[in-house]
Design a protein around this ligand. Structure first.
Ligand SMILES: NC(=O)c1ccc[n+]([C@@H]2O[C@H](COP(=O)([O-])OP(=O)(O)OC[C@H]3O[C@@H](n4cnc5c(N)ncnc54)[C@H](O)[C@@H]3O)[C@@H](O)[C@H]2O)c1
Length: 394
C-alpha cells in the first residue's frame, strides 16, 4: 500500500506504538465499547458531533506494536485503570487486538523502518484496507540533538536512534502516507521529517497531550492574563504511580515533559513569572508514588497580585485519572488527523494547540481563548473544503 491508499474507507485504524500501555489499552477498551454502543463514548469526545460521515466511531479499531508479550487483557488488568466490570464484557474483542512485536531499537535503523512499513501494510490488509493513523504512545525518552540532518537519506544513514525508538515508527508512518499523532513529549518532529510529511501529504499532530494539570493551567493563566492579574509564582506538584510516573523519575527522560509543562506559562502571560524575585518562580515537580497508580493527583499554589500589588493566592487540588483523561483525546486527535488528511492538509497543524503542551508548527495559539478560536476556525475550514469537494482520493 502507498499514500494514495490512505483514503476514506469504511473503517479507521489507530496504529499505536505502545499498544499495550496504560493510555493505549484504555483507548482499546473505549473503542471496543463504542463498537457496541457509540453513545457510551461519544459524549466524552470533543469531536463527538464531528466527522461522523468520514470516520465512524463504531468502525474504529486499534492495533500496533509493543515490547510486552503479555495477553492484552493482562495488560489492562495490570494497569488497573478500568474496573473489571467495565472491560470484562469486552475481553473477547480486546484479545483480538493485533499487536506486533516491536523492532529492536538498537538494530539497523533502515531495517526497522522497512519492517514497520511491512507491518503497517499487513495490519491494514487484516483490517480490510482501513484508513490508518499512527499514534505515538511510547514512554518518554531522553532528548537527542536531531536538528542537523540535511535530508531523510542523511538521517537514515547516520543517526543512532536506539534511545528514541519513536523515530523509526514515525518515519515508517510518514513514508506509508499515514498521519502522525505524537502524544508523547518526545521531539520527533524535526525539520527533515516535517518536510517528508509535506511531501507525502501527511499531517503531523503533536507534541505531548495536554490532559490534566497543564490543561487547567492554560485555562487559569489565560484568565489571569485577561484580568491583568499579575502572576508572581506558580508551584505545581504531581504524584502518580503508573509506568509513566516511574519512567519520569529518570531526570533525562523527565526533561522534555518538564520543559513542556513549564514553558507555556510565560508564553501565555508574556512575562517571566518570578522576574521580580530575580529567579524563576514557576516550579513543576513530578513524583512517582506507587500507591496512586493511574489516579494522578496534582496540587497547584498560585500567587498573584492585583491593584496596588496586593497579594492573593489560589490552591487547586486535582484528583485526576491519567489514562481516562488521555484516551478520549487520543481518539479526538486520530479523528482530526484523518479528517484533515482527507481535505489535503499536510505537515504540522499548529491550529490544534488546544490538545498539546508543546504544539508543533508556526505560531500556535497560546491562550485558552485563542486555542478554542483556532479549533473552531479549523473546523470551519475543514467543512468548507469538504463541501467544496477538495477531498483527496474520495
Ligand atoms: N496519560 C496522560 O495523561 C499523558 C499525557 C501526556 C502525555 N502522555 C504520554 O503518553 C505516553 C504513553 O503513556 P502511558 O501512560 O500509556 O505509558 P505506558 O508506560 O503505560 O505505555 C508505554 C507502552 O510502550 C511500550 N513500549 C516500550 N518501548 C516500546 C517500543 N520500542 N516499541 C513499542 N512499544 C514499546 C511499553 O511496553 C508500554 O506498554 C507517555 O510518553 C506519556 O508521557 C500521557
Amino acid at each position: 500500500m502507498n499514500q494514495s491508499d490512505n483514503s476514506k474507507s469504511g473503517s479507521l485504524l489507530l496504529l499505536v506504538a505502545g499498544a499495550k500501555g496504560a493510555v493505549a489499552s484504555t483507548l482499546a477498551a473505549a473503542l471496543a465499547a463504542a463498537r457496541r454502543d457509540p453513545a457510551s463514548v461519544l459524549p466524552s469526545l470533543t469531536t463527538g458531533n464531528m466527522f461522523d460521515a468520514l470516520v465512524p466511531i463504531s468502525a474504529t479499531f486499534l492495533a500496533g506494536w509493543d515490547t510486552s508479550e503479555e495477553r492484552y487483557t493482562d495488560s489492562i488488568r495490570r494497569h488497573g485503570v478500568l474496573p473489571l466490570e467495565l472491560w470484562e464484557p469486552l475481553a473477547g474483542d480486546l484479545e483480538r487486538t493485533l499487536v506486533y512485536k516491536a523492532p529492536d531499537a538498537a538494530s539497523d535503523f533502515i531495517g526497522q523502518v522497512d519492517l514497520l512499513r511491512r507491518d503497517i501494510d499487513e495490519i491494514r490488509v487484516h483490517h480490510n484496507g482501513a484508513q490508518a493513523v499512527f499514534i505515538n504512545l511510547l514512554p518518554a525518552a531522553v532528548s537527542l540533538r536531531l536538528n542537523e540532518y540535511r535530508d531523510i537519506a542523511h538521517l537514515m544513514a547516520e543517526a543512532d536512534f536506539s534511545a528514541l525508538p519513536d523515530m523509526a515508527y514515525t518515519l515508517a508512518a510518514i513514508q506509508s502516507g499515514i498521519p502522525v499523532v505524537n502524544f508523547t513529549p518526545n521531539p520527533v518532529e524535526i525539520p527533515v521529517l516535517l518536510d517528508e510529511a509535506v511531501k507525502q501529504g501527511v499531517p503531523v499532530l503533536g507534541r505531548d497531550g495536554k490532559t490534566g494539570q497543564t490543561y487547567i493551567k492554560v485555562v487559569l493563566a489565560s484568565a489571569f492574563k485577561a484580568r491583568n492579574l499579575q502572576v508572581n509564582g506558580w508551584y505545581s506538584l504531581n504524584i502518580l504511580g503508573n509506568a509513566d510516573g516511574a519512567n519520569l523519575m529518570d531526570p533525562q527522560r523527565a526533561a522534555g515533559k518538564l520543559h513542556n509543562k513549564t514553558n507555556l506559562l510565560d508564553e501565555i502571560l508574556e512575562y517571566e513569572v518570578g522576574s521580580p524575585h530575580g529567579a524563576p518562580a514557576h516550579k513543576v515537580r513530578i513524583d512517582y508514588y506507587p500507591p496512586r497508580g493511574d489516579a494522578k493527583e496534582a496540587w497547584d499554589v498560585i500567587d498573584f497580585s492585583g491593584l496596588f500589588g496586593l497579594p492573593m493566592s489560589l490552591r487547586i487540588n486535582l484528583l485526576g485519572r491519567d489514562s481516562i483523561l488521555a484516551a478520549p483525546m487520543v481518539l479526538d486527535l486520530a479523528r482530526w488527523a484523518t479528517a484533515l488528511q482527507l481535505v489535503g492538509y499536510s505537515g504540522p497543524i499548529p491550529e490544534l494547540g488546544f490538545y498539546f503542551k508543546n504544539t508543533v508548527g508556526d505560531n500556535p495559539p497560546l491562550t485558552f481563548q485563542d486555542q478554542l478560536t483556532s479549533l473552531a476556525q479549523l473546523q470551519h475550514k475543514f467543512e468548507e473544503k469538504l463541501t467544496s469537494g477538495t477531498m483527496k482520493n474520495v
